[in-house]
Design a protein around this ligand. Structure first.
Ligand code: ZN
Length: 306
């Protein structure tokens, strides 16, 4: 399927509509909980998910920059509800860098994350904070505040008027990945366990572990589960998981093919980039790096060459 530029631009709107349908159903049944995305459309778009109950709201992931964090703060303030918690699903800056401005705006609100995410976030500071300052200038945060409430695999938390199971998936797209599952609503806050037709970030060099992770989780959520991804619009989890497996397997295949031809080279990289652009035309990138595909190819070549 080919997505035109225009249809990519309308994806966030479609996401809002899809989620608005959940909200309408919930209201019609007299229950208040709803889920709503906050994002800035375009390349590198990332979803913050607001879990909205009758008297409280939880913020899942925090955007990439100070202005985007402020956008989340404004969206939350407009709801006129107590802020219950801020949740970080993993350590990557597109989900964590807005935490500083959001946690300052809602001081004292628990910052939830797994122990693995807390560790990886702290460990990323020396390289990531200066890099972000160089790229974003004053729009970059000066620190990544530490999570204050460590969540564990299998723990149940009540957020936004719903009960969610915390699932910790370990390394894959990031050093760790936490998802939240509401069995009664059939909703999975999937974060970057799966994306929806986006060019993924593979620079961790963990595509093999990501595939193993996807193999483990495919049976874990019943069919009919709707995934609310970190990038792209909501869709059936089974479909997004299958597409993510296809993408990673195919991309690894493209790199492996070139490695078989000889040593990794600029020509090999260019060939993989061209093949990927042809296979997944117009898929927006999850980070605003124009050379993401080339960097992904290098990272996967290193991973496969090990
Ligand atoms: Zn992401």
């Amino acid at each position: 399927m080919t997505l035109s530029r225009r249809s990519i631009a309308t994806l966030p709107l479609l996401a809002s509509l899809a989620v608005a349908r959940f909200s309408t159903t919930a209201r019609a049944q007299g229950a208040a909980p709803s889920v709503r995305p906050v994002n800035t459309p375009g390349e590198g778009a990332v979803n913050t998910w607001l879990l909205i109950g009758s008297d409280g709201v939880t913020i899942v992931d925090c955007q990439r920059t100070v202005p985007e964090g402020e956008m989340v703060v404004a969206a939350v303030r407009a709801l006129n509800r107590r802020v219950e918690a801020i949740v970080l699903t993993h350590e990557h800056p597109d989900h964590a860098a807005g935490l500083q401005v959001i946690s300052r705006a809602f001081a004292g609100v628990p910052i939830m994350a797994s122990a693995e995410t807390a560790r990886a976030l702290e460990a990323s500071k020396p390289a990531m904070l200066p890099l972000m300052q160089r790229i974003f200038g004053p729009a970059a945060p000066t620190d990544f505040p530490a999570p204050t409430r460590i969540v564990r695999d299998g723990e149940t938390v009540t957020l936004g008027g719903r009960s969610w199971r915390i699932d910790e998936h370990g390394p894959g797209e990031a050093q760790s990945m936490t998802t939240l599952y509401a069995a009664d609503a059939g909703l999975l806050l999937a974060s970057d366990l799966v994306g929806n037709r986006v060019t993924p970030y593979l620079l961790e060099g963990l595509t093999g572990q990501w595939l193993e992770q996807l193999e483990r989780v495919r049976a874990r959520y019943p069919s009919g589960t709707v995934a609310l991804p970190g990038h792209g619009t909501p869709a059936a989890f089974g479909l997004l998981a299958a597409e993510q497996v296809d993408y990673l397997s195919a991309f690894r295949g493209m790199v492996r093919e070139r490695l078989r031809d000889g040593a990794w080279s600029e020509a090999a990289r260019a060939r993989v980039v061209a093949e990927a652009e042809e296979t997944w035309p117009g898929w927006p990138t999850v980070v605003p790096i124009p050379t993401l595909l080339a960097q992904n190819a290098d990272a996967v070549a290193r991973e496969l060459g090990r």
